[in-house]
Design a protein around this ligand. Structure first.
Ligand code: FAD
Length: 330
């Protein structure tokens, strides 16, 4: 296995698909989450600094629709209460790119945004020189922003991909004369253990194929802890005629609470040997067990020629030893 080095990273390519296709060796990319409201850009810079020496080809920044509750009061007035908000994805992407020279991939959602707001965000990204996006539906939180009469919504991620590829052809929502074409590279999500709402794996993969046919350039998967799920998923995608690169997503398990929260939030299975080891361990030993597990997973994936995408969210301390170990094995 040979890992990417600073000499053969992107060499001026801005689109993730170009970086992937031209890389001589497997790539290791990362995904982070914006700080909560009131957080600082410094927090994000401190998170990325220790990763710099591994020459990340790109960093994804997640996006979160504001969790807002709309309640119709007796007098007909609609009361709006913001429960949670994590803004700043676009700004963070621009700041990371400008400070570190690393390509960034902002996540764009259907949920919580009108198509008109999405178009404005894409125009914004275009001005910022960011040419990558990950197109996602987002999760329903039991409320829907009321839609003004002159606004529209994307229902599925495939609809969002259609909107972006239309802009890449110079077709905007309102007919505009001489509208400039954008040139976005589009990633989408895939689920080695099936998306929780899909009736079965076959149907889920058919819907994934619709995203690719709409114009998605590559797929990043939900996290998984057994590589056999990923290999079976790739086989099923290839059989279904999906030919774009599929990047496996991995996360380090770091606490006993993860034994319940990861299956609950991400609809995945944790392998029994890992569960047994974590259950028998002290709190202090668990991150070490998780890092060892992830290193083994990543090593197998990389040596099979796959790139790896690490979900690091808000701290790099558990991923740095993993990437370090992978570089030593290379
Ligand atoms: P879709 O591809 O639209 O699929 C959603 C469901 O609908 C699936 O069950 C699919 O089988 C089904 N479906 C698709 N098309 C059709 C159709 N035409 N008819 C009927 N059913 C259909 N969430 C966030 O909020 N912010 C993030 O930044 C974020 N980043 C993520 C990154 C990755 C790599 C992954 C894997 C997930 C991420 N998520 C994020 C979570 C994601 O938003 C949820 O998993 C969401 O429930 C589904 O999003 P999707 O884009 O896969 O949806």
């Amino acid at each position: 296995m040979i890992l990417i080095t600073s000499e053969d990273t992107k060499k001026g390519f801005m689109k993730v698909i170009d970086i992937i296709q031209r890389a001589k060796n497997p790539l290791v990319s990362y995904e982070i989450i914006p700080p909560k409201r009131g957080g600082t850009i410094q927090q994000i810079f401190e998170l990325i600094e220790p990763l710099q020496k591994y020459s990340p080809p790109f960093i994804d920044v997640t996006s979160h629709a504001a969790e807002v509750q709309f309640e119709e009061l007796a007098n007909g007035v609609v009361k709006r209460t913001v429960k949670r908000k994590r803004p700043g994805t676009l700004g963070l992407c621009a700041a990371i790119k400008s400070k570190f020279g690393i390509e960034t991939v902002p996540h764009l959602l259907c949920e919580g945004f009108t198509r008109e707001e999405t178009e404005d965000a894409l125009i914004e990204l275009n001005y910022l020189g960011i040419q990558n996006v990950l197109a996602l539906r987002g999760d329903h939180h039991g409320f829907l922003k009321p839609l003004a009469s002159n606004r529209s919504r994307n229902t599925y991620a495939a609809d969002l991909v259609h909107q972006i590829t239309a802009m890449n052809r110079g077709e905007y929502l309102e007919e505009m004369l001489d509208a400039a074409k954008t040139d976005f590279c589009i990633g989408v999500a895939g689920y080695p253990e099936k998306h929780f709402e899909a009736p079965n794996m076959q149907r889920d993969i058919q819907y994934l194929k619709l995203k690719v046919e709409a114009g998605a350039d590559y797929i990043v998967t939900q996290m998984f802890f057994e590589n056999r799920h990923f290999f079976a998923f790739v086989d099923a995608c290839r059989t279904a005629g999906i030919t774009v690169p599929i990047i496996p997503g991995l996360k380090v398990l770091t606490s006993k609470a993860h034994l319940k929260s990861l299956p609950k939030s991400f609809y995945l299975e944790l392998p029994e040997p890992l569960v047994m080891e974590v259950e028998a361990a002290s709190k202090e030993q668990i991150p070490e067990i998780g890092m060892r597990w992830t290193t083994r997973q990543a090593e197998e994936l990389l040596s099979n020629g796959y790139n790896v995408h690490f979900y690091i969210m808000q701290q790099a301390k558990h991923i740095v030893p993993v990437v370090d170990a992978l570089h030593k094995m290379a």
